[in-house]
Design a protein around this ligand. Structure first.
Ligand code: CA
Length: 250
């Protein structure tokens, strides 16, 4: 669950029963721009993650109440976007593998350096695209795209979009006026490890254009951004000066 505003500090949660390590982590994270909560049991950590928007969890595997691997699994199931890093005193590969399989993004074996931990967190957070809730509503002519509310409006009319259509439009809108390659669109909307046929992208673009066109038909003189096909490259969403060039496949 990542609901941090763009200028906000990331929120970390430390789940660790060791007083020394827990307080070291909490003060280290707070001193480096994070908000930070600290739970000393697995149950308390799960409750904290459920009740407070959290970007990063640092999870000790050896907790007094619930096995850390089970907590990792629950956290991942409940908060798919969470950055989850396992901290383990166990250096056995099997524990690390179990933790990663349970949904952790990374791990550090104790004792670890705070500097290394902070660098790893920066690297992970940098690679993450902004979540929809990070993004204010975009207005492009008569088109309003409110990713936080997951609404697409043309004028005052709600445009019903399927999830992939919405995500595709959101990516194009975030880069409006700029060409976005097919690879980037596939990676951001479908699967970061995507390779292979990308026919599904064209099909989704076609249905997106249709839905926008249908909704625009209710306005007397709609002014909408066009989705332009860039042959051999990708697509570009751009607000054209003239309302006559809408949604054309040039
Ligand atoms: Ca422990």
């Amino acid at each position: 669950m990542r609901t941090t505003a763009p200028s906000d500090r990331p929120t970390a949660l430390v789940i660790e029963d060791d007083e020394t390590i827990g307080s070291h982590l909490q003060s280290g994270l707070r001193g480096n721009g994070y908000r930070c909560a600290w739970s000393r049991t697995g149950a308390a950590g799960l409750t904290q993650a459920r009740t407070t928007p959290t970007d990063v969890v640092l999870l000790d595997l050896g907790l007094p109440d619930i096995d850390g691997v089970d907590i990792a699994r629950s956290l991942r199931a409940e908060h798919p976007d969470l950055l989850l890093v396992i901290l383990t005193a166990r250096s056995d590969d099997i524990d690390v593998i179990a933790g990663l399989d349970a949904g952790a993004d990374d791990y550090l074996v104790k004792p670890f350096s705070l500097t290394v931990l902070l660098a790893r967190l920066r690297a992970h957070l940098r690679r993450r695209p902004p979540t929809p809730t990070d993004t204010p509503a975009l207005h492009l002519g008569d088109l309003t795209l409110d990713a936080a509310a997951r609404r697409c409006l043309i004028g005052d009319q709600e445009v019903p979009l399927r999830p992939k259509e919405f995500e595709l439009l959101a990516v194009l809108a975030r880069h409006h006026g700029t060409a976005v390659s097919r690879e980037d669109l596939m990676a951001q909307v479908w699967d970061e490890n995507w390779f292979g046929p990308t026919k599904t992208l064209d099909v989704t673009i076609a249905s997106l254009r249709r839905r926008l066109h249908t909704a625009a038909a209710t306005l007397p003189a709609p002014h909408l951004p066009a989705i332009t096909t860039l042959r051999g490259h990708g697509y570009r969403l751009q607000l054209t000066a003239s309302p006559r060039h809408q949604n054309d496949d040039s």
